[in-house]
Design a protein. Structure first.
Lengths: 276, 624, 50
């Protein structure tokens, strides 16, 4: 019996030593992200930039990898002027993405990180052709397009550069508010290419793609010549903001709630290429 | 001749008649072809005034229409049942205890089979008896595993119904396969154990060994099936972004983490099993006063420690592979584990591993008192101890910490200027490889301590062995320091593979050289049982540290999914969807360790109970 | 075969030296092999190549 007590006592004591060690360590609780309600009616650009900074440090989980060397597993964004860096990258011969400006480049880096992999940061063995960064608009990060715009604004503003993203519109606010909650809903499969997306949203019923003929809306054969990518995006997301003279306000205004960010991006890129 | 012809002709004639009747008969009744065909246009009767029947072809078309893929459910907080106690705590306790006992009952038959085989080959029946004894003491463990498994299942269905319904829909019939395996395992377990003495010699012995092999096979299959559920939750495969199943069951099971977990758990189970039965042996040793009994249990304890340490040596590499796959699957998940909120946990893991290695080594050094020949090697022990302590200190030095602003200014930066560099992987890899090499050295010295080599090339063999140790150690340090601190990331990571291989070279060459060199060796006297009582406590430290380590790693496995039930696919919306603090986890792990200890005591007590018989009281002896 | 008494120490020293040389070469080759297998070539002085 004595042996039992001695051995059991020793075992329990050792167990408690390990338990005690856990009390000596810093205590942190890993909270799940909470869906925040943003009052977009009164959002200023400064607020938007601050929102971007907050997202960068928290929900976006960017700081997990984007840290100063030697720790960082991704380029140290905060210490670089991202607008200047974006310009360099866009001018790089090896750049094969579709962005045209800093905002576009930053957004592309979030949506499709492998489009352009900064030298030496690629996945081991992929010779810098594949990025280890996850797509930010997908799980587990799942930022909305408005949140990504906020981060873009922050990255532009932090070095004193001009912010070229626009504040979220009412439609985008509606998109955030109407996040489906609960239920085993069957979700439609997102389009995988620009052509598929344009077929899905039946753009061709109103717009001729290969000429300037008017069907209901303007022909789009040279829309990339006339409008910037940002203006094209605005025309889709907020068609009534800038109307072409002589055309009725017939374009659906709810594409922003229906399209996935990727689908919108693909359509914008496609149209931006159309130069007649 | 006519009769023969008649015999052949008759069946032919009958056949012709049948064909004729069959062929002619329909013609004889016009309009009597295939029944369904004939009534098809009017096959369905519809009474006047009734609504028209659904067109059958349309319904069939709908059936063959592609079934819309079903996404993972998204329960709200109120969808989770609340029984007043933290659901996660309940599942944590049941799951961890199930895993402890599951590991034990998978491991024991494995080394029992090997020991039985060793006994057969060597002809020494003591091995066979020890194998039998190992089985006896762990037999109750199978029921205990099942009890906790059943309770766990019930708790999961009760407390996480949406999650479980999703998992059922993903894994489908695989669950029935899992259940059916228990029939096989039970059959082989009982025939293997209860048939031990009945199938003892000759061909029957081989039958017995086959039963043991099948027991291991069913157990291993059970484990890998269950592992697929856990790895699916961490790194789902075979499903799309919203959780709808798009692959077959093989694609669902064979995710990126499945085989790393299979290997890691397989090896770790063996180490754990060895440690647990070692505690039994130590206890029996301390409780006996009979020298023969003490000698028996001393030998048993040594064998258990041997199994535990031997299986422990490759374990860090299996763990490294698992971690590498986690990083490859999701850099975020990897960093959460080792560079983010769970980083301190791995320091605790380092402490536990250090405990295991120190205890294992200490037991080997203490065991050298059994042999007179060990005196030649005693001088090395203090150097091994020194290396172990230094490498242990390096192993537990942290690097990436979550610091507050005041802590940063106190530290003079985000990392300590001197100790910081000791915290990153190259230093830790150097430390762990050296710890394993010197542990193997303790092993090798112990094994040599009762022998004197008689082969002519012994001096050359020893020179070679010394050279291998020295060069391997220097190589490991060089690889770690040079590639770790003076080249880029890719070379740094790649050098760790070379370090592992260097360690394996030492281990393999040590085993080969010793086997060859000590053939027909002169044996020196050794005395089983001649070991201090104090050393037996090392055999308690081992399973305690192992158990606590398993619990800790379970906390990591679950927390690394952060707020997801199934990572990126099904969010956890329960009240417990946060990663608990490490102190809370420590309390839970200590709780399950204590519960495990108590169940283990019960298991051992029952094993001893079956062998005892109450003597008949004298009063009832006479007459009656 | 009788060993010359003085040769005793030298033969031990020789075998130790030979053992070290053999093992050093072995580990040097091992480093090249293992690093090369992972697509991380080394120069002759074990510095990263290219």
């Amino acid at each position: 019996m004595k042996i039992l007590f001695k051995t059991l006592g020793f075992s329990l004591a050792l167990t408690l030593v390990f338990s005690l060690l856990t009390y000596l360590m810093p205590q942190m609780r890993g909270e799940a992200p909470v869906e925040k309600v943003v009052d977009l009616g009164s959002l200023t650009m400064d607020d938007f930039v601050a929102m971007g900074e907050e997202l960068y440090n928290n929900k976006g989980t960017c700081t997990l990898c984007h840290k100063p060397p030697p720790l960082g597993r991704a380029p140290d964004i905060l210490s670089e002027d991202m607008v200047a860096v974006s310009a360099e990258r866009l001018a790089d011969k090896g750049y094969q993405g579709e962005a045209k400006d800093a905002a576009g480049y930053i957004l592309e880096s979030m949506l499709d990180p492998s489009r352009y992999v900064v030298a030496t940061w690629g996945k081991k063995g992929s010779n810098d052709s594949e990025s280890p960064m996850p797509a930010v608009d997908k799980a587990p990060i799942q930022l909305s397009s408005m949140e990504m715009d906020a981060i873009t604004a922050y990255l532009q503003a932090k070095d004193g550069n001009e912010v070229t993203v626009s504040l979220p519109t009412a439609e985008e606010a509606a998109e955030v508010a109407s996040e489906p909650a609960g239920g085993a809903a069957t979700l439609p499969v997102p389009a995988a290419s620009a052509e598929e997306a344009m077929a899905k949203y039946v753009c061709v019923t109103c717009h001729a793609m290969d000429s300037n003929d008017t069907l209901v809306g303007p022909g789009l054969v040279d829309v990339g010549e006339r409008l910037t990518a940002e203006e094209i995006r605005q025309s889709i997301v907020d068609p009534n903001a800038v109307m072409v003279e002589g055309f009725p306000a017939a374009m659906p205004a709810d594409y922003a709630t229906k399209m996935t960010v990727n689908e919108l991006q693909m359509i914008v890129n496609f149209l931006a290429e159309k130069k007649g | 001749m006519m009769i023969c012809m008649q015999k052949k002709l008759l069946p032919l004639l009958l056949l012709l008649m049948l064909v004729g009747i069959a062929g002619v008969a329909p013609a004889a009744n016009p309009g009597m072809g295939d029944v369904a065909e004939r009534i098809a246009p009017v096959g369905r009767i519809q009474l006047a005034g009734q609504p028209p029947l659904e067109d059958e072809s349309e319904a069939a078309a709908q059936d063959t229409e592609k079934v819309e893929a079903k996404a993972a459910p998204r329960p709200t907080r109120s969808d989770y049942p609340d029984i007043g106690i933290s659901s996660r705590a309940i599942v944590w306790v049941l799951a961890q205890l199930h895993l402890f006992f599951g590991a034990l009952v998978l491991a024991v038959p494995l080394f029992v089979l090997i020991i039985e085989l060793v006994g057969l080959i060597s002809g020494d029946e003591r091995y066979d008896d020890m194998a039998h004894e190992f089985m006896k003491i762990s037999l109750t463990g199978f029921s205990i595993t099942a009890i906790f498994g059943g309770s766990l299942t019930l708790a999961l269905f009760l407390l996480y119904p949406d999650f479980m319904s999703y998992m059922m829909s993903v894994f489908g019939a695989q669950l029935l396969v899992y259940a059916s395996l228990f029939f096989f395992e039970t059959f082989f377990l009982y025939t293997y154990y209860y048939g031990w003495n009945a199938f003892r010699y000759g061909n029957l012995k081989w039958v017995h060994l086959s039963l043991g092999l099948m027991l291991n096979a069913s157990g291993l299959t059970i484990m890998v099936l269950a592992n697929s559920w856990a790895t699916f939750m961490m790194a789902p495969s075979g499903v799309n972004e919203v959780g709808a199943v798009v692959g077959n069951i093989w694609e669902v099971m064979k995710g990126p983490l499945w085989n790393p977990i299979n290997l890691h758990r397989f090896i770790a189970n063996i180490a754990f099993g060895g440690a647990v039965v070692g505690a039994y042996a130590a206890f029996k040793f301390l409780s006996s006063s009979d020298p023969q009994q003490r000698a028996h249990y001393d030998w048993m304890g040594y064998t258990s420690n041997f199994i535990a340490i031997l299986a422990f040596l490759p374990l860090p590499f299996a763990g490294y592979w698992l971690m590498a796959e986690i990083y490859a699957y999701s850099q975020q998940m990897g960093i959460t584990a080792m560079g983010g909120i769970l980083a301190w946990l791995f320091i605790l893991q380092a402490v536990l591993i250090g405990t295991i290695l120190l205890a294992g080594n200490f037991y080997l050094w203490a065991g050298m008192s059994r042999t007179d020949g060990s005196v030649r090697y005693k001088w090395l022990v203090k150097y091994i101890a020194l290396i172990l302590v230094v490498t242990f200190l390096i192993w537990i030095t942290p690097h990436t910490l979550m610091l507050s602003a005041s802590e940063i200014s106190q530290l003079g930066g985000t990392h300590h200027s001197i100790l910081g560099p000791l915290g990153i992987m190259p230093a830790k890899n150097v430390a762990v490889n050296l710890m394993l090499i010197v542990t193997f050295l303790s092993f090798q010295l112990y094994r040599r301590s009762d022998k004197v080599a008689t082969v002519r090339w012994a001096p050359a063999g020893n020179a070679l062995m010394v050279a291998i140790y020295v060069v391997a150690i220097v190589n490991i340090i060089f690889l770690g320091v040079y590639y770790g601190y003076f080249t880029n990331t890719v070379y740094k990571v790649g050098s760790s593979v070379a370090q592992v291989v260097s360690t394996l070279v030492v281990i393999i060459s040590g085993i080969v050289i010793d086997t060859l060199m000590f053939r027909n060796a002169k044996t020196l006297p050794s005395h089983w049982g001649r070991i201090s009582d104090r050393a037996q406590y090392a055999l308690f430290a081992l399973p305690i540290a192992f158990t606590w380590l398993m619990g800790l790693m379970g906390y990591v496995r679950s927390s690394v999914k952060t707020h997801w039930h199934v990572y990126t696919v099904m969010k956890d919306n329960s009240p417990d969807n946060y990663i608990p603090t490490i102190a809370y986890a420590g309390n839970m792990i200590t709780l399950v360790t204590v519960l495990f200890l108590l169940c283990l005591l019960f298991m051992f007590w029952v094993a001893n109970l079956s062998g005892s018989r109450q003597p008949k009281p004298a009063a009832l002896g006479e007459g009656a | 075969m009788e060993k010359h008494p003085k040769m005793g120490i030298y033969s031990t020293l020789l075998s130790v030296v030979i053992a070290f040389v053999v093992v050093l070469v072995f580990f040097y080759g091992l480093n090249h092999l293992i690093m090369g297998m992972q697509g991380l070539p080394l120069n002759l002085d074990l510095t990263p190549a290219g």
